[in-house]
Design a protein around this ligand. Sequence first.
Ligand code: SF4
Length: 457
Amino acid sequence: MKPKNQKNPASLTKSVGKFRLSDKVVLIPEMNRIGSHLIAATFKSFGINAHVLATYKGLDIGKEYTSGKECFPCQITLGDILLYLKTEQQKRGAAFDPGNYLYFLPTSDGPCRFGMYNRYQRMVLDSFAGLDRVKIVSITTKDGYSLDGLIERSRMLDFRKASYIAIIVADIIERLLWRIRPYERKAGITDTLIERCRDTMQTSIETHAAAGSYDRILDKLDALVREGKTLIDPAMPAKPLIGIVGEIFLRMHVQSNQDLIRILENHGAEVVNSSLAEWVNFISYGQLRENKINFRLNLRQFNFKRLKTDLHKMLNFGSELFYQELKQKQFYGRVSKSIDIEHDHKVHHLKCLLHKKDIFTFDITTETCLSIAAIMQFAAEGYNGVVNVYPFTCMPGMTTSAIVKPVMNNRRVPYLDTPYDGSLQPGRETAIRTFMHQVQQHFQRHGRKGCIQQRAA
Ligand code: SF4
């Protein structure tokens, strides 16, 4: 069945937006194999029935119901939701009630296509009998991912804090994986531990998040990190270090980026991917910055009515960012006593770096600002190479590439673009091998961040 013309335009506004999550099954796309599950665990802790969709298995369906002009993540997530609902329908038969499900699909404003995907997927769902009743829950960067309307107001702040803790935990587990796997004593032991970490932390978050017992979550995480450290073979020498930036979905979704980090590791690298929390901090920072600009403008125009709102929002987003960075410091600080994993860049620092180098600006928003600034930071810190991961034709990804390539060339820091669209690129293997050769040369000439040449642990 092909999508029909949209017959009910009202559905684009009435069935996409903020809806109460209680008493429904909330379907979450798996962008990140750890983060999505820990966020689902947070939902569960607050009594919300959340389910993470299996991913990439429905890609053929996703491609069938898109025209090819959409970005790759749209095809993936569309395929995931259609396959899930189709399977549920078959499994449950007459008992299948589409009105029981909410599809969680965040959106953003800004210049790229992401802001249209919830509407497009709405049209596709509406073209199937009954699936017009599956509402799309969409939180947006426009209001800093406000949860207003999703859960009771009295629990919103706690839910927000707990979700952020889940994101930090997921980032740390990923960083643990990338820190240990290149130096593991026996092939495969890190992957096994990380799977256990995900399951254990899922249970811990589900049990403690709603009560705000974050110390207990941190204790559990710290114990796993300490166990992880024992998997490292201390006799192994340090390897060249590569930083990854790019479009958030693709760089986190191992199926669609064809497990790029593992491939780079197999070619002799240690890799650090930019984190999920960095993106969340970027959204809070962006809102704080925008409201500061509005405040100054309204002050100049003596618009006192709006000044109050601006001030209120500034305080709101300012304290949110402060809390987020504080919690990151606390969690990373504790686990760093056991193992030297990479910490996150501060968004304000990245913004100042861009300003200083005068090559891009936060005024343009999108991930381009984060990616360009993070690349500059990686290069300054002594990373041996940087990879930009993005969906084929991704506007922010291509802008990053156009700006950064000559800069990295001048600085003689190896740089690689890896666009993906689900196909096997014929020259990709050669490009990665060439890049890794340059990375090794850079490593031999300059050492690496921290200059830890002799050891692994
Ligand atoms: S960030 Fe890139 S991939 Fe994502 S919606 Fe925008 S253009 Fe598409």
